[in-house]
Design a protein around this ligand. Structure first.
Ligand code: AVI
Length: 319
């Protein structure tokens, strides 16, 4: 029997205001920075999908290999009848969890309503016994508004948590803890600390897809906010920060220039060589992420790594 699918939107005018305020603060700060959310328009999402298939970008393959091996055990340990996936998942990883859990309901939370409508329709067709609900929203703002009921497994895969700076990460994990009811579980994918050369290669691929993905953010700001960034006047750079244990990605101005953002009433002067941080991608140690989870009120029940020890899935519940 087919129970179909539904797509709802949680985005409000207040959220948009908050996003723009955060953008303004980031662009006018020193050093300048953006929130990764601006990277994911249609083209950005397509480029990120391409990144996940690059030979240097081991993260997606490593996580998928854990799910192939251990999804059945995750299903047994959690007994979940509802899967809630936070953030854009690549469909094949979602399917591994859906196959193992055979849930009554699948809830997907992601920013793009059009991408959600496409993926929800496809999944509803493939999993006719599962009710599919697409929720257009932001995992940083809307966890408390997700559908409740059933025994839920909240999954946040792909090491997307690494794109949050430590204060935002702590707040996100507290929101997750608040959103979990007794019996619910949280499955978190984290990329592990390893040799800097391999990490850097994953963010400086030979084909230049990551470069195109990061530069695309300027086109997004031009289109959505009427800015006049000249993408050819910026270059992409990635570096490993050993103290923070993250890869820092930025766009550096190739010359002295002024950029206008009429929607924010801003005129920004960039000096030649000045960086604007587009993303951080933190790398984790199991003991470190367990401590962060604990500080948020979450206890680790199990963790798994792939055979090479590159990536981990951590299962947690409310303490
Ligand atoms: C989505 N996120 C986990 C990616 C990462 O690896 O930090 C984003 C990315 N940016 C450039 N390459 C991949």
């Amino acid at each position: 029997m087919s129970v179909g699918f539904d797509v709802v939107s949680l985005a409000s005018a207040a959220d948009r205001e908050a996003e723009l305020e955060e953008l303004r603060a980031g662009l006018t700060g020193a050093p300048r920075e953006l929130q990764p959310r601006w990277l994911y328009d249609e083209r950005g999402s397509r480029l990120f999908d391409e990144i996940t298939r690059l030979p240097e970008y081991y993260l997606t393959r490593a996580e998928r290999s854990i799910l192939r091996r251990d999804a059945a055990e995750i299903a047994r340990l959690t007994g979940a009848d509802t899967l809630v996936e936070l953030g854009a998942g690549t469909a094949d990883k979602t399917r591994l969890l859906l196959d193992a859990l055979a849930p009554r309901r699948f809830v997907a939370l992601e920013l793009s309503e059009s991408a959600l409508a496409r993926s929800s329709k496809a999944l509803a067709r493939e999993y006719p016994a599962t009710e599919v609900v697409g929720v257009a929203g932001d995992f940083r703002r809307h966890l408390a508004l997700l559908p409740s009921g059933g025994r839920r497994l909240l999954a946040f895969l792909g090491s997307t948590i690494g794109n949050l700076t430590p204060p935002l990460r702590a707040r996100f994990l507290r929101d997750v803890a608040d959103a979990l009811a007794g019996g619910d579980a949280f499955l978190l994918g984290v990329d592990l600390v390893k040799e800097p050369a391999r990490l850097l290669a994953a963010y400086q691929d030979a084909a230049g897809v990551t470069r195109a993905f990061e530069l695309n953010v300027l086109r997004v700001l031009n289109r959505e906010l009427g800015a006049d960034f000249a993408p050819e006047a910026f270059e992409y750079a990635a570096r490993w920060d050993p103290a923070a244990e993250w890869i820092e990605m930025s766009l550096r101005s190739l010359r002295d220039q002024t950029v206008r953002l009429p929607a924010l009433g801003l005129e920004l002067g960039f000096a030649a060589g000045e960086p604007m941080r587009t993303e951080v991608s933190a790398k984790f140690r199991i003991t470190g992420i367990a401590a962060e989870l604990r500080a948020a009120g979450l206890g680790v029940t199990r963790s798994w790594t792939d055979d090479a020890g590159d990536f981990a899935l951590v299962l947690a519940e409310r303490l």
